[in-house]
Design a binder for this molecule. Structure first.
Ligand code: LLP
Length: 423
């Protein structure tokens, strides 16, 4: 399904015209489709059902409470990486006993909070962290359930800034160290080893890395059971890719084909931590053209969506499809196409940085001051990574459900910008 479709030359989100939302709530504006969020989660739930999985939506991708509540109501659990994210999922009404907690730098306060919430497991990334969990658990008279996060040294061929499962990354630990830690867990009554965890990178557009990782997982689970651990969970992290340009994203069932048989062979339950796959194409960023200008032989479309709203192009050179909300030409199937009647332009924001752009050299129909642009695939790592750089208030966020519209986050004001400052 595609919740963002053109009807009679106008972009819609489900049953609502995007231009109407922009007129009412202003720009830049994030718009999310509830139906698309649920469809994406449903695909994963269905594809992996045989492993009795706990799907832990990765909160970092889009932590808006309306998104979290939507996930919670549909039976998803959550992957968190901070006390703040754990607080958010509690606010969303989640059952915290199904939450997993990853991240290389958990503080004692965060560990305590997670133990109070009786989370399903900590994904442990170092020996020092294991010691800290043991100490905090002991002080509370509790047992910390842990999964060792392994660095499987698999190249998932992602952007260098988003690869995590290769030797030399800060995440996880190598297998030898994990073996030593497994022995340490056995000797400590305040720790219980209940699983293993791997996250290979993001986004991953082939199934091979998952096949390799799940095969490794089966071997490691067998070895830990032989040591006397009751291993019941394999967590293969997140990372499933999506279509940014055309149809390059795989359906969840393709990943399931290489993962499910191994999990069954290991006799484990599966945890997954999908973020982008659920939120990415469930959201768009709408912006308005402020000016156009020609300089240095180039056409610049200057619009009000800045790198403070969507930092991915500036940070990772990420590609997002950009197309008018009311185009004079039908949107091509491939975002890199060069249709007749279009001209190459850089779509830039108002921020005082050369890297403040949403798209470069993109063939677009003629754009005028006041026209609306849609930046697609912005539901994941869009608003969640936004800032107020250049003292730009954060954008509003809207959740659409059929023809119902909810303001999921009101637009920030100038007063909000200075609200926490003293002076
Ligand atoms: N689990 C762990 C341990 C992770 O580190 C991540 C992402 C995920 C799950 C979720 O990955 P996903 O399913 O969303 O691919 N800001 C970057 C992506 C950073 C991903 C960080 N970790 C971007 O905008 O592309």
């Amino acid at each position: 399904m595609n919740a963002f479709e053109y009807r009679d030359g106008q972009l819609y989100c489900e049953d609502v015209a995007v231009a109407d939302l922009a007129a009412e709530y202003g720009t830049p504006l994030y718009i999310y489709s509830k139906a698309q969020l649920l469809h994406q989660l449903g695909q994963i739930q269905e594809a992996f059902a045989e492993t009795d999985p706990v799907i832990c939506y990765s909160v970092k991708a889009n932590s808006n409470l309306a998104v979290l509540k939507t996930m919670n109501e549909a039976g998803s659990s959550f992957d968190v990486v901070s006390g703040g994210e754990l607080y958010r999922v509690k606010q969303a009404g989640a059952d915290t006993t199904r939450v997993v907690f990853a991240g290389v730098g958990k503080t004692d306060e965060e560990i305590r909070f997670a133990l109070e919430c009786d989370i399903l497991k900590f994904d442990v990334e170092s020996e020092a962290e294991l010691d800290a969990i043991a100490a905090v658990a002991e002080s509370m008279g509790k047992v910390g359930r842990v999964a060792l996060r392994l660095n499987p040294d698999i190249d998932a061929k992602t952007h260098e800034k988003t690869t995590t499962g290769k030797k030399g990354n800060k995440f996880g630990m190598d297998i030898e160290r994990a073996n030593q830690l497994a022995d340490k867990v056995l000797a400590n009554p305040h720790l219980k080893l209940s699983g293993i965890h791997m996250h290979l990178g993001s986004p991953i557009l082939t199934t091979e890395p998952y096949e390799k990782a799940s095969k490794k997982a089966v071997e490691i689970v067998a070895a830990y059971r032989a040591k006397g651990h009751e291993i019941s969970w394999i967590n293969l992290g997140g990372g499933f890719g999506i279509s940014y340009k055309h149809e390059e994203g795989l359906p969840a069932s393709e990943y399931a084909k290489v993962i499910v048989p191994q999990i069954k062979e290991a006799g484990c339950r599966l945890t997954l931590e999908p973020g982008r796959f659920i939120a990415g194409n469930s959201g768009v960023l709408i912006s308005k053209v402020i000016f156009t200008k020609r300089e240095g032989g180039k056409l610049f479309i200057i619009q009000d969506g800045g790198m403070n709203d969507l930092v991915r192009p500036a940070m990772y050179d990420s590609f997002h499809r950009v197309w008018p909300v009311a185009p004079s030409i039908e949107m091509p199937a491939n975002a890199e196409a060069t249709p007749d009647g279009c001209e190459a332009a850089d779509v830039v924001g108002p921020i005082c940085e050369s890297c403040d752009y949403l798209a470069k050299g993109r063939h677009l129909p003629p754009m005028q001051r006041g026209d609306l642009l849609c930046t697609f695939s912005a539901g994941a790592y869009g608003s969640a990574m936004s800032s107020t750089y250049n003292s730009r208030p954060r954008a509003a966020e809207i959740l659409v459900d059929g023809s119902n519209v909810t303001v999921a986050r009101r637009r920030e004001t100038y007063e909000d910008l200075v609200a926490h400052e003293i002076g």
